[in-house]
Design a protein around this ligand. Structure first.
Ligand SMILES: [Zn+2]
Length: 54
C-alpha cells in the first residue's frame, strides 16, 4: 500500500510489483506508474491517449 502522488489517497500495490507497472488510483482515477520498487515510488503515468498532437 502506498499513496497516490496526485491526491494522496491510498493505492494498493500488487504482491509482486514490477517497475513500469501501471495502476489506477481508486480515489481520483489517475493512471499511475511504478517508478521504483525500493522504496515503492509512484508517478503519474504519461497520458498517451489522444494527446499526440504533432
Ligand atoms: Zn489519486
Amino acid at each position: 500500500m502506498t499513496n497516490c502522488p496526485v491526491c494522496g489517497g491510498a493505492v494498493e500495490i500488487s504482491d509482486d510489483p514490477v517497475e513500469g507497472e501501471l495502476l489506477e488510483c481508486p480515489e481520483c482515477g489517475s493512471e499511475l506508474e511504478i517508478l521504483g520498487l525500493d522504496p515503492i515510488a509512484l508517478g503519474e503515468a504519461p497520458t498517451a491517449e489522444e494527446d499526440w498532437g504533432e
